[in-house]
Design a binder for this molecule. Structure first.
Ligand code: SAH
Length: 250
């Protein structure tokens, strides 16, 4: 009998922000394949003998996606109930789409279990609504870290600057200088508010704020590191007006 694979979103890291379904599946699964992004609090709730880390290996090398794909099929064919646990939502920059296609191509039944994405919750827990009636009527989710083998940038920063809406950049700590410069060059106001939200909803969450032309220095001074969300746009200025009253964890 073929097993089953659940592509599960863990949410941004706070165990209370996981769905009820994700919690139940984690408790029931034979095996949980995960990387580091769900965060130590959630990973700590799964017994060691049912966990397989397919994130960064010792030495800093990423586990090749082909290995993860192969392992999912192998476990399902052995009749296991497998949870493929991903940070946030599995289909937001999480390679969940590729894994779904691979499973389908191998006749493995699977289900998608949505999670709270850091792309929305990250700004939110820092006091930044990604849309706002007065400030932003659209929001774009963008990768800041493109496949380096691509010859041309698939992200059109000029077009993004022209939307006038909020830009939420994932995987964008390292390349921050490149795309903030590209946005200014495309005509965006250098004074546009920008916030960096590191490890949103984790106990050691950190928020840093600046503007398009100061945020790189702020990043360096505050030592902001991945995983972090960059949120660019007038909505980032909302934080100042709510932060004093904002509670994010109880
Ligand atoms: N599927 C995930 C995103 C995976 S891409 C989701 O929906 O949230 C990895 C990027 O997600 C990181 O580089 C970072 O930009 C962002 N990210 C994920 N969890 C985060 C968190 N708790 N705090 C800040 N950024 C996070």
């Amino acid at each position: 009998m073929t097993g089953f694979v659940y592509l599960v979103g863990s949410g941004p890291g706070d165990p209370d922000l996981m769905t009820v379904k994700a919690r139940r599946l984690l408790d029931e699964a034979d095996v949980v394949l995960h990387d580091k992004l769900p965060g130590p609090e959630i990973l700590g709730t799964i017994d060691e003998e049912r966990r397989e880390d397919v994130g960064k290996r010792a030495g800093g090398e990423w586990t090749p996606q082909e290995y993860t794909n192969r392992r999912l099929v192998e476990l399902a064919e052995a009749g296991k109930t497998v949870v493929r646990l991903k940070g946030g939502d599995p289909f937001v920059f999480g390679r969940g789409g590729e894994e779904a296609e691979h499973l389908a191509a191998h006749d493995i039944p699977f289900e998608y279990v949505p999670g709270v994405t850091s792309a929305i919750a990250g700004p939110g827990v820092a006091g930044i609504p990604v849309t706002h009636r007065d400030h932003a009527s659209s929001v774009s989710f963008v990768t800041g870290h493109e496949d380096p083998t691509k010859d041309e940038s698939a992200v059109d920063w000029e077009a993004l600057a022209a939307t006038g809406g909020t830009l939420v950049v994932l995987m964008g700590v390292g390349k921050l200088p490149d795309y903030t410069a590209a946005l200014c060059e495309a005509g965006m106001d250098p004074g546009t508010p920008v916030a960096l939200v590191e490890r949103a909803t984790w106990p050691d969450m950190q928020v840093a704020t600046g503007t398009l032309d100061t945020i790189v220095d702020v990043r360096d001074e505050d030592g902001i590191e991945p995983p972090a969300i960059t949120v660019i746009g007038d909505v980032a200025g909302t934080r100042e007006r709510v932060v004093e009253f904002l509670r994010t964890r109880t």
